[in-house]
Design a protein around this ligand. Structure first.
Ligand SMILES: NC(=O)c1ccc[n+]([C@@H]2O[C@H](COP(=O)([O-])OP(=O)(O)OC[C@H]3O[C@@H](n4cnc5c(N)ncnc54)[C@H](O)[C@@H]3O)[C@@H](O)[C@H]2O)c1
Length: 398
């Protein structure tokens, strides 16, 4: 595709998503009147795909200038081209980028001098708090949002985020339940089926991590007739899985018979070299967690003597001990790399939380404390009420 064809293709994708996003449409109309972001630049790190495109349009209606990068593996080049063709939008992202490219692009977003940032996974925060070159932003930023569980872990556990307020979208029950459980549950199953074309009925599938995402994935897989075994390091999570009727076991036992293994923990090295050595020959391994580090790729490469791409998004590792295993999307989040990500309506709700959170942060007298914290309850309630109006009654949003 030439540049113009890419732009047209991206516009068609965005238009399809826009038609299913009534909550953002309503917020956009309101922003067009109140202009909460007039004169402000928003620096964004979020998957550069069509739903994000509709959200960018919403922020532009509110008067924002945008600098955006995505995450490795999930960028749609046509969506990126369509967004880059809009006035006041700079896009630093392309498909096939490495993690080093990604960090370089995050630095470019910060070099745009944002007044607000919207982060996903904590990389923008890590650069602001970790690199002197971006230190001035600690004083000048009005505030930030963080989208996901993994970013929240980093903000609360690793980074000392004390200089500006960061609203953690993932700390809302609305996001955890609607997106992580229902959205990720269905989109991971969709991606697995599309990319492999295998039958899930009767398959023995191990889900590692029974949090919001893992529970959703396990439920949807069961709905497709799979035999699901849940592994979690927390006894209470395993007990919950048991009470929900799932099998539960220690990882080594579970791997012995697994035909498909899906990680959803938000932690690194869950499937390490030792566990990779226990994978059944012919098993398919995929990750739904934020970073590609849940499956130890270096250990997998070390244990193999050949890697062959057998299908789009699937590589076959010929192991030195004679087994073979299939890895999906090089360990990147499978629903965004081998599928279209979470369903559009789900992201309508999630990105509405983002929009109203950023508008609150944009007010210089927002009254918010510095540091990472939950989204104000009134914002969550408003978004849930809008979702109820749109989804339950089928009426247009107010
Ligand atoms: N793919 C997507 O579209 C998408 C969307 C939202 C969140 N996420 C990501 O998915 C991951 C999980 O998010 P969540 O909201 O379910 O988190 P969560 O905290 O609710 O659940 C994680 C679960 O993993 C378990 N766990 C942690 N380390 C483990 C280990 N070594 N072995 C076994 N179990 C372990 C924890 O006990 C917990 O029950 C995060 O990285 C999050 O950022 C992905």
């Amino acid at each position: 595709m030439n540049e113009q064809e890419l732009i047209e293709s991206g516009r068609r994708r965005i238009a399809w998503s826009r038609a299913q996003m009534p909550i953002l449409a309503d917020i956009g109309s309101r922003f067009a009147g109140s202009k909460p972001f007039a004169g402000l630049t928003i620096g964004i790190c979020l998957h550069v795909e069509a739903k994000t495109g509709v959200w960018i349009e919403t922020l532009l209606k509110g008067g924002a200038r945008i600098a955006i990068t995505g995450s490795p593996g999930s960028t749609q080049d046509d969506t990126a081209a369509a967004l880059a063709a809009l006035p006041d939008v700079r896009v630093y992202s392309h498909s096939g980028e490495t993690f080093d490219d990604h960090i370089r692009h995050c630095r470019l977003v910060l070099d745009a001098g944002p007044d607000l940032i919207a982060d996903n996974g904590g990389d923008l925060h890590a650069l602001i708090y970790g690199e002197d070159a971006h230190g001035a932003l600690r004083k000048s930023l009005r505030g930030a949002t963080e989208e996901t569980t993994t970013g929240a872990f980093r903000l609360y556990e690793e980074l000392q985020c004390r200089d500006f307020p960061t609203l953690v979208i993932n700390d809302t029950q609305a996001k955890r339940v609607v997106e992580n459980r229902y959205g990720v549950g269905s989109s991971v199953v969709d991606a697995l089926m599309r990319a492999t074309n295998i039958m899930l009925h009767g398959k023995r599938i191990v889900v590692i991590g029974y949090g919001y995402c893992g529970a959703g994935i396990a439920q949807r897989l069961r709905g497709m007739g799979a035999h699901v075994t849940v592994v979690d390091r927390e006894p209470l999570s395993r007990l919950e899985a048991h009470l929900e009727g799932f099998s539960t076991d220690e990882l080594p036992n579970a791997l012995a018979s697994a035909q498909v293994v899906i990680t959803a923990t938000g932690r690194s090295g869950v499937l390490d070299g030792e566990m990779i050595g226990l994978l059944r020959s012919g098993s398919i391994v995929a990750n739904a967690g934020h970073f590609a580090t849940e499956i130890d790729l270096a250990a997998l490469v070390e244990a193999a003597d050949a890697v062959v791409r057998v299908r789009d998004q699937i590589e076959r590792y010929e192991m030195k001990d004679g087994r073979h295993v299939y890895l999906m999307s090089q360990g990147n989040l499978v629903n965004l790399t081998a599928g279209d990500g979470n369903p559009i309506e789900i992201m309508d709700l999630g990105l509405a939380l983002q929009s109203l959170s950023l508008a609150r942060l944009a007010q210089s007298a927002s009254g918010l404390a510095k540091g990472a914290q939950a989204v104000p309850r009134d914002i969550e309630r408003e978004v849930v009420e809008r979702a109820l109006a749109a989804w339950v009654t089928g009426r247009d949003t107010p």
